[in-house]
Design a protein around this ligand. Structure first.
Ligand SMILES: [Zn+2]
Length: 369
Protein backbone atom coordinates (compact mmCIF):
# COMPACT_ATOMS: atom_id res chain seq x y z
CA UNK A 1 0.00 0.00 0.00
CA UNK A 2 2.96 2.31 0.47
CA UNK A 3 4.77 3.82 -2.45
CA UNK A 4 8.02 5.28 -1.13
CA UNK A 5 11.35 3.76 -0.20
CA UNK A 6 12.40 3.89 3.44
CA UNK A 7 13.67 7.28 4.60
CA UNK A 8 17.12 7.52 6.22
CA UNK A 9 15.44 7.88 9.62
CA UNK A 10 13.33 4.77 9.06
CA UNK A 11 16.38 2.82 7.90
CA UNK A 12 18.14 3.76 11.12
CA UNK A 13 15.13 2.55 13.15
CA UNK A 14 15.02 -0.73 11.22
CA UNK A 15 18.76 -1.26 11.75
CA UNK A 16 18.39 -0.61 15.48
CA UNK A 17 15.42 -2.98 15.83
CA UNK A 18 17.22 -5.65 13.84
CA UNK A 19 20.24 -5.40 16.16
CA UNK A 20 17.96 -5.78 19.19
CA UNK A 21 16.16 -8.75 17.63
CA UNK A 22 19.50 -10.44 16.89
CA UNK A 23 20.81 -9.77 20.41
CA UNK A 24 23.70 -7.58 19.18
CA UNK A 25 24.17 -5.51 22.34
CA UNK A 26 27.25 -3.65 21.07
CA UNK A 27 25.45 -2.43 17.93
CA UNK A 28 22.41 -1.49 20.02
CA UNK A 29 24.66 0.59 22.32
CA UNK A 30 26.52 2.23 19.43
CA UNK A 31 23.31 3.23 17.63
CA UNK A 32 21.81 4.58 20.86
CA UNK A 33 24.90 6.66 21.56
CA UNK A 34 24.37 8.37 18.18
CA UNK A 35 20.57 8.62 18.39
CA UNK A 36 19.14 8.17 21.94
CA UNK A 37 15.56 8.69 20.68
CA UNK A 38 15.73 5.28 18.92
CA UNK A 39 15.15 3.56 22.25
CA UNK A 40 11.35 3.71 22.08
CA UNK A 41 10.84 3.67 18.33
CA UNK A 42 8.65 1.05 16.70
CA UNK A 43 9.14 -0.46 13.26
CA UNK A 44 6.66 -1.61 10.66
CA UNK A 45 5.49 -4.48 12.88
CA UNK A 46 4.74 -2.07 15.74
CA UNK A 47 7.32 -3.64 18.03
CA UNK A 48 9.93 -1.77 20.07
CA UNK A 49 13.51 -2.96 20.56
CA UNK A 50 12.65 -4.09 24.10
CA UNK A 51 9.78 -6.23 22.86
CA UNK A 52 11.91 -7.82 20.16
CA UNK A 53 14.84 -8.52 22.48
CA UNK A 54 12.56 -10.02 25.13
CA UNK A 55 10.64 -12.08 22.56
CA UNK A 56 13.85 -13.59 21.17
CA UNK A 57 15.32 -14.29 24.64
CA UNK A 58 18.14 -11.69 24.47
CA UNK A 59 18.01 -10.74 28.12
CA UNK A 60 21.32 -8.83 28.04
CA UNK A 61 19.88 -6.51 25.37
CA UNK A 62 16.60 -6.13 27.30
CA UNK A 63 18.53 -5.27 30.49
CA UNK A 64 20.63 -2.72 28.60
CA UNK A 65 17.52 -1.06 27.18
CA UNK A 66 15.81 -1.00 30.58
CA UNK A 67 18.93 0.48 32.21
CA UNK A 68 18.87 3.27 29.61
CA UNK A 69 15.24 4.05 30.41
CA UNK A 70 13.21 2.48 27.62
CA UNK A 71 9.48 2.93 27.99
CA UNK A 72 7.84 -0.39 28.74
CA UNK A 73 4.36 0.70 27.73
CA UNK A 74 3.54 0.06 24.08
CA UNK A 75 0.99 2.86 24.22
CA UNK A 76 3.58 5.37 25.39
CA UNK A 77 5.89 4.53 22.53
CA UNK A 78 3.05 5.10 20.10
CA UNK A 79 2.47 8.54 21.59
CA UNK A 80 6.15 9.37 21.14
CA UNK A 81 5.96 8.38 17.51
CA UNK A 82 2.89 10.50 16.97
CA UNK A 83 4.68 13.63 18.12
CA UNK A 84 6.23 13.71 14.65
CA UNK A 85 2.92 14.40 12.96
CA UNK A 86 -0.52 15.55 14.10
CA UNK A 87 -3.59 16.84 12.33
CA UNK A 88 -3.97 20.60 11.88
CA UNK A 89 -6.85 21.88 13.99
CA UNK A 90 -8.04 25.44 13.40
CA UNK A 91 -10.51 27.55 15.32
CA UNK A 92 -13.36 29.11 13.39
CA UNK A 93 -11.79 32.60 13.75
CA UNK A 94 -8.55 31.33 12.13
CA UNK A 95 -10.23 30.27 8.88
CA UNK A 96 -13.53 32.16 8.68
CA UNK A 97 -12.34 34.26 5.72
CA UNK A 98 -11.58 31.04 3.80
CA UNK A 99 -15.15 29.87 4.29
CA UNK A 100 -16.40 32.87 2.28
CA UNK A 101 -14.48 31.75 -0.85
CA UNK A 102 -16.64 29.95 -3.44
CA UNK A 103 -13.89 27.37 -4.03
CA UNK A 104 -13.83 26.27 -0.38
CA UNK A 105 -15.76 23.11 0.51
CA UNK A 106 -16.63 22.39 4.14
CA UNK A 107 -18.06 19.13 5.47
CA UNK A 108 -19.40 18.22 8.90
CA UNK A 109 -17.31 15.57 10.68
CA UNK A 110 -19.14 15.22 13.98
CA UNK A 111 -19.41 16.36 17.57
CA UNK A 112 -16.62 15.35 19.90
CA UNK A 113 -17.63 12.74 22.48
CA UNK A 114 -17.73 14.01 26.06
CA UNK A 115 -15.27 11.82 27.97
CA UNK A 116 -16.34 13.06 31.44
CA UNK A 117 -20.08 13.75 31.57
CA UNK A 118 -20.96 16.75 33.83
CA UNK A 119 -21.71 15.87 37.46
CA UNK A 120 -25.06 16.77 39.00
CA UNK A 121 -23.39 19.54 41.08
CA UNK A 122 -22.37 21.45 37.92
CA UNK A 123 -24.82 23.97 36.54
CA UNK A 124 -25.69 23.92 32.86
CA UNK A 125 -23.96 27.29 32.41
CA UNK A 126 -20.65 26.01 33.82
CA UNK A 127 -20.40 23.13 31.33
CA UNK A 128 -18.89 24.12 27.99
CA UNK A 129 -20.31 22.59 24.83
CA UNK A 130 -18.22 19.79 23.22
CA UNK A 131 -16.41 20.96 20.06
CA UNK A 132 -18.02 20.43 16.69
CA UNK A 133 -15.55 19.48 13.96
CA UNK A 134 -15.59 20.24 10.26
CA UNK A 135 -13.11 19.48 7.48
CA UNK A 136 -12.26 22.17 4.93
CA UNK A 137 -10.92 21.77 1.41
CA UNK A 138 -9.24 24.97 0.24
CA UNK A 139 -6.90 26.05 -2.56
CA UNK A 140 -4.85 28.23 -0.20
CA UNK A 141 -1.10 27.57 -0.21
CA UNK A 142 -0.19 24.94 2.41
CA UNK A 143 2.64 26.99 3.93
CA UNK A 144 0.38 30.03 4.34
CA UNK A 145 -2.34 27.86 5.84
CA UNK A 146 0.04 26.32 8.37
CA UNK A 147 0.82 29.79 9.74
CA UNK A 148 -2.84 30.13 10.74
CA UNK A 149 -2.61 27.02 12.94
CA UNK A 150 -1.94 27.67 16.63
CA UNK A 151 -0.86 24.14 17.50
CA UNK A 152 2.69 22.79 17.30
CA UNK A 153 4.05 19.92 15.19
CA UNK A 154 1.31 20.19 12.58
CA UNK A 155 2.09 19.21 9.01
CA UNK A 156 0.13 18.48 5.88
CA UNK A 157 0.83 15.00 4.53
CA UNK A 158 3.11 14.90 1.50
CA UNK A 159 2.43 11.22 0.94
CA UNK A 160 -1.13 10.53 2.17
CA UNK A 161 -0.66 6.72 2.01
CA UNK A 162 2.39 6.73 4.19
CA UNK A 163 1.55 9.60 6.51
CA UNK A 164 -1.86 8.15 7.32
CA UNK A 165 -0.06 5.24 8.98
CA UNK A 166 1.71 7.62 11.37
CA UNK A 167 -1.52 8.88 12.89
CA UNK A 168 -3.33 7.52 15.92
CA UNK A 169 -6.34 5.29 15.26
CA UNK A 170 -8.67 8.15 16.15
CA UNK A 171 -6.96 10.69 13.86
CA UNK A 172 -6.65 8.17 11.02
CA UNK A 173 -10.42 7.66 11.26
CA UNK A 174 -10.96 11.42 10.96
CA UNK A 175 -8.71 11.59 7.89
CA UNK A 176 -10.44 8.58 6.32
CA UNK A 177 -13.81 10.27 6.65
CA UNK A 178 -12.69 13.77 5.64
CA UNK A 179 -10.46 12.76 2.75
CA UNK A 180 -12.99 10.40 1.18
CA UNK A 181 -15.84 12.92 1.28
CA UNK A 182 -13.72 15.89 0.16
CA UNK A 183 -12.22 13.82 -2.68
CA UNK A 184 -15.75 12.96 -3.78
CA UNK A 185 -16.71 16.68 -3.86
CA UNK A 186 -13.67 17.52 -5.96
CA UNK A 187 -14.56 14.79 -8.53
CA UNK A 188 -18.32 15.34 -8.70
CA UNK A 189 -18.69 19.07 -9.32
CA UNK A 190 -21.13 18.36 -12.14
CA UNK A 191 -24.22 16.18 -12.16
CA UNK A 192 -23.41 12.71 -13.59
CA UNK A 193 -27.02 12.46 -14.88
CA UNK A 194 -27.41 15.71 -16.88
CA UNK A 195 -24.06 17.54 -16.62
CA UNK A 196 -25.43 20.60 -14.80
CA UNK A 197 -23.69 22.18 -11.82
CA UNK A 198 -24.38 20.71 -8.40
CA UNK A 199 -24.25 22.09 -4.87
CA UNK A 200 -23.33 20.43 -1.56
CA UNK A 201 -26.13 19.75 0.94
CA UNK A 202 -26.70 17.91 4.22
CA UNK A 203 -23.42 18.92 5.83
CA UNK A 204 -21.45 17.88 2.74
CA UNK A 205 -22.89 14.34 2.48
CA UNK A 206 -25.03 14.96 -0.57
CA UNK A 207 -24.74 16.91 -3.84
CA UNK A 208 -27.92 18.11 -5.53
CA UNK A 209 -28.29 19.03 -9.19
CA UNK A 210 -29.18 22.67 -9.90
CA UNK A 211 -31.26 21.69 -12.94
CA UNK A 212 -34.83 21.45 -11.63
CA UNK A 213 -35.76 19.08 -14.54
CA UNK A 214 -33.01 16.58 -13.69
CA UNK A 215 -34.00 12.94 -13.06
CA UNK A 216 -31.53 12.80 -10.16
CA UNK A 217 -33.90 15.01 -8.14
CA UNK A 218 -36.55 12.26 -8.10
CA UNK A 219 -35.95 9.24 -5.89
CA UNK A 220 -32.71 8.14 -4.31
CA UNK A 221 -29.68 8.13 -6.60
CA UNK A 222 -26.21 6.91 -5.84
CA UNK A 223 -24.77 9.77 -7.88
CA UNK A 224 -25.95 12.18 -5.17
CA UNK A 225 -24.08 10.56 -2.26
CA UNK A 226 -20.39 9.98 -1.46
CA UNK A 227 -19.14 6.70 -2.92
CA UNK A 228 -17.44 3.77 -1.21
CA UNK A 229 -15.49 1.38 -3.43
CA UNK A 230 -15.21 -2.21 -2.14
CA UNK A 231 -11.79 -3.86 -2.45
CA UNK A 232 -11.11 -7.45 -1.46
CA UNK A 233 -7.75 -8.14 0.19
CA UNK A 234 -6.99 -11.76 0.92
CA UNK A 235 -4.47 -14.04 2.48
CA UNK A 236 -4.43 -17.23 0.43
CA UNK A 237 -3.58 -20.37 2.40
CA UNK A 238 -1.80 -23.33 0.73
CA UNK A 239 -3.80 -26.60 0.58
CA UNK A 240 -1.33 -28.03 3.14
CA UNK A 241 -2.43 -25.31 5.59
CA UNK A 242 1.17 -24.44 6.41
CA UNK A 243 2.09 -21.82 3.78
CA UNK A 244 0.57 -18.56 2.62
CA UNK A 245 0.69 -16.73 -0.69
CA UNK A 246 2.11 -13.19 -0.67
CA UNK A 247 2.97 -10.88 -3.55
CA UNK A 248 4.90 -7.68 -4.10
CA UNK A 249 4.33 -4.72 -6.37
CA UNK A 250 7.22 -2.79 -7.89
CA UNK A 251 6.31 0.25 -5.80
CA UNK A 252 6.65 -1.60 -2.47
CA UNK A 253 9.66 -0.81 -0.26
CA UNK A 254 12.56 -3.24 -0.78
CA UNK A 255 11.82 -6.74 0.54
CA UNK A 256 8.17 -6.12 1.37
CA UNK A 257 5.55 -8.74 0.49
CA UNK A 258 1.84 -8.35 1.20
CA UNK A 259 -1.60 -9.85 0.58
CA UNK A 260 -3.12 -9.80 -2.90
CA UNK A 261 -5.98 -7.34 -3.42
CA UNK A 262 -8.34 -5.96 -6.05
CA UNK A 263 -11.59 -4.08 -6.66
CA UNK A 264 -14.92 -5.89 -6.53
CA UNK A 265 -16.62 -5.70 -9.91
CA UNK A 266 -20.34 -5.05 -10.51
CA UNK A 267 -22.45 -8.17 -10.02
CA UNK A 268 -19.77 -10.06 -8.09
CA UNK A 269 -20.00 -11.51 -4.61
CA UNK A 270 -17.00 -10.97 -2.34
CA UNK A 271 -16.10 -14.66 -2.70
CA UNK A 272 -16.15 -14.42 -6.50
CA UNK A 273 -14.03 -11.27 -6.42
CA UNK A 274 -11.44 -13.02 -4.22
CA UNK A 275 -11.29 -16.04 -6.54
CA UNK A 276 -11.04 -13.92 -9.69
CA UNK A 277 -8.38 -11.54 -8.35
CA UNK A 278 -6.16 -14.31 -6.97
CA UNK A 279 -6.31 -16.26 -10.23
CA UNK A 280 -5.71 -13.15 -12.35
CA UNK A 281 -2.73 -11.97 -10.30
CA UNK A 282 -1.07 -15.25 -9.37
CA UNK A 283 -2.64 -18.07 -11.42
CA UNK A 284 -3.65 -19.85 -8.18
CA UNK A 285 -7.20 -21.23 -7.99
CA UNK A 286 -9.12 -20.59 -4.78
CA UNK A 287 -11.96 -22.55 -3.11
CA UNK A 288 -13.47 -21.57 0.27
CA UNK A 289 -13.30 -17.90 1.26
CA UNK A 290 -14.15 -16.42 4.64
CA UNK A 291 -14.43 -12.83 5.79
CA UNK A 292 -12.18 -11.67 8.66
CA UNK A 293 -12.41 -7.87 9.07
CA UNK A 294 -12.32 -4.65 7.09
CA UNK A 295 -10.61 -1.24 6.98
CA UNK A 296 -11.71 2.04 5.36
CA UNK A 297 -8.85 3.32 3.18
CA UNK A 298 -9.39 6.88 1.87
CA UNK A 299 -7.30 6.62 -1.34
CA UNK A 300 -9.75 7.94 -2.34
CA UNK A 301 -12.70 5.95 -0.98
CA UNK A 302 -11.87 2.26 -0.65
CA UNK A 303 -13.27 -0.18 1.87
CA UNK A 304 -10.66 -2.93 2.24
CA UNK A 305 -12.51 -6.20 2.93
CA UNK A 306 -10.11 -8.69 4.50
CA UNK A 307 -10.60 -12.41 3.80
CA UNK A 308 -8.84 -15.72 4.24
CA UNK A 309 -8.98 -17.98 1.19
CA UNK A 310 -8.00 -21.62 0.73
CA UNK A 311 -6.09 -22.47 -2.44
CA UNK A 312 -7.16 -25.39 -4.65
CA UNK A 313 -3.97 -25.27 -6.78
CA UNK A 314 -0.37 -24.28 -6.03
CA UNK A 315 1.37 -23.35 -9.32
CA UNK A 316 2.13 -19.62 -9.49
CA UNK A 317 2.03 -17.60 -12.71
CA UNK A 318 2.04 -13.89 -11.98
CA UNK A 319 0.40 -11.18 -14.05
CA UNK A 320 3.39 -8.87 -14.37
CA UNK A 321 1.15 -5.89 -15.08
CA UNK A 322 -0.29 -6.28 -11.59
CA UNK A 323 2.50 -7.63 -9.41
CA UNK A 324 6.24 -8.21 -9.64
CA UNK A 325 6.46 -11.48 -7.76
CA UNK A 326 4.32 -13.90 -5.73
CA UNK A 327 5.56 -16.69 -3.49
CA UNK A 328 4.41 -19.29 -0.99
CA UNK A 329 5.92 -18.53 2.43
CA UNK A 330 6.08 -21.29 5.08
CA UNK A 331 4.45 -20.43 8.40
CA UNK A 332 7.78 -20.44 10.26
CA UNK A 333 9.28 -17.93 7.81
CA UNK A 334 6.25 -15.69 8.32
CA UNK A 335 6.58 -15.92 12.12
CA UNK A 336 10.32 -15.17 11.90
CA UNK A 337 9.64 -12.18 9.64
CA UNK A 338 6.98 -10.80 12.00
CA UNK A 339 9.18 -11.17 15.05
CA UNK A 340 12.37 -10.17 13.23
CA UNK A 341 14.26 -13.39 13.40
CA UNK A 342 17.92 -13.47 12.40
CA UNK A 343 17.15 -13.68 8.69
CA UNK A 344 13.61 -12.50 7.93
CA UNK A 345 12.37 -13.81 4.59
CA UNK A 346 10.48 -10.61 3.86
CA UNK A 347 9.46 -7.24 5.29
CA UNK A 348 5.96 -7.22 6.78
CA UNK A 349 3.43 -4.59 5.65
CA UNK A 350 3.00 -1.86 8.31
CA UNK A 351 1.20 -2.85 11.53
CA UNK A 352 -1.71 -0.47 10.87
CA UNK A 353 -2.65 -2.11 7.57
CA UNK A 354 -5.26 -4.80 7.21
CA UNK A 355 -2.72 -6.92 5.29
CA UNK A 356 -0.54 -7.06 8.40
CA UNK A 357 -3.52 -7.95 10.55
CA UNK A 358 -4.68 -10.71 8.17
CA UNK A 359 -1.26 -12.39 8.18
CA UNK A 360 -1.09 -12.08 11.95
CA UNK A 361 -4.61 -13.51 12.24
CA UNK A 362 -3.55 -16.58 10.26
CA UNK A 363 -0.44 -17.12 12.37
CA UNK A 364 -2.46 -16.87 15.56
CA UNK A 365 -5.19 -19.23 14.33
CA UNK A 366 -3.06 -22.32 14.83
CA UNK A 367 -0.37 -21.28 17.30
CA UNK A 368 -0.05 -20.05 20.82
CA UNK A 369 1.84 -16.85 19.90
ZN1 LIG B 1 -28.66 16.80 -13.11
Amino acid sequence: MTSLQLSAKEEMVEKFLDAAARGDVSQVSTLLSHAPSLINKTGFSGWTALMLAARNGHHHVAEKLLSLGTITSHLSSLHLQQEDFTLCRFRYEDVKDLLQKPSTVMIFLGIEKVKNPPSSSQTVESVSEPPVWFAVNTDEDAAVLLKRCREKNCLFPRSPNRDLLKLSEEEAGIVAQARSVLAWHSRYSFCPTCGSSTRPEEGGYKRSCLNSECRSLQGVHNTCYPRVDPVVIMLVIHPDGNQCLLGRKKVFPAGMFSCLAGFVEPGETLEEAVRREVEEESGVKVGPVCYVSCQPWPMPSNLMIGCLAVAMSTDIKVDENEIEEARWFPRQQVIDSLFRGARPAFVFPPRQTIAHQLIRHWICMNSNL
